[in-house]
Design a protein around this ligand. Structure first.
Ligand SMILES: [Zn+2]
Ligand SMILES: [Zn+2]
Length: 177
């Protein structure tokens, strides 16, 4: 009788111990959000984490080049961007994007991103997308859509990079289409 009671107690402990954990994509996107808090341009507040074999290789957030004044100190550096459909949007060009900074960090420390996964707040812009292709990365996971993400989506398809977007929500900021 005594032995049986112990067995039951152990089984109960095992059941209650099993914690609910986020899957890997949700886990790394959570870290992207944390990294993005360091961003210095409030038009996007993007972060990026580059991962291989479930290990973080590099991180980056949107900001002016190192040592130069940031948007939150000297305001944005806005330029008009004309789209094929004739619409014009305002873009801040002061910053290097989160994805670009993650790639630059890899270059500074000599880390290969071949075969890696990029975790991003939203779908990368076309410039970042081209750079991601050239790192040899195989997968891009984003929390949200980017309002001008068509070119990126087409490019990733052509380059056979798997693109996963967890939410159909579009990241919004002032002056977009
Ligand atoms: Zn800015
Ligand atoms: Zn970009």
């Amino acid at each position: 009788m005594k032995g049986l009671r112990i067995k039951v107690a152990m089984a109960k402990t095992k059941k209650t111990k099993k914690a609910k954990r986020p899957n890997w994509d949700v886990y790394f996107l959570g870290i992207v959000n944390e990294v993005g808090k360091r961003a210095t341009c409030d038009r996007g507040k993007s972060g990026c984490v580059v991962v291989k074999d479930k290990r973080i290789l590099t991180t980056g957030y949107v900001g002016a080049p190192a040592g130069l004044p940031h948007c939150d100190e000297v305001d944005h550096m806005l330029r008009d961007v004309l789209y094929p459909d004739g619409s014009v949007t305002k873009h801040c060009v002061r910053t290097a994007h989160a994805e670009q900074n993650a790639i630059c960090q890899a270059a500074r420390f000599g880390i290969a991103l071949e075969g890696a996964t990029f975790y991003c707040k939203m779908e990368p812009c076309f410039v970042c997308a081209k750079m991601i292709v050239n790192t040899g990365a195989r997968r891009v996971v984003c929390e949200k859509r980017y309002h001008a993400g068509e070119d990126t989506r087409r490019l990733f398809k052509q380059a056979k990079i798997e693109l996963v977007v967890l939410s159909e929500k579009v990241e919004k900021y002032k002056g977009q289409r």
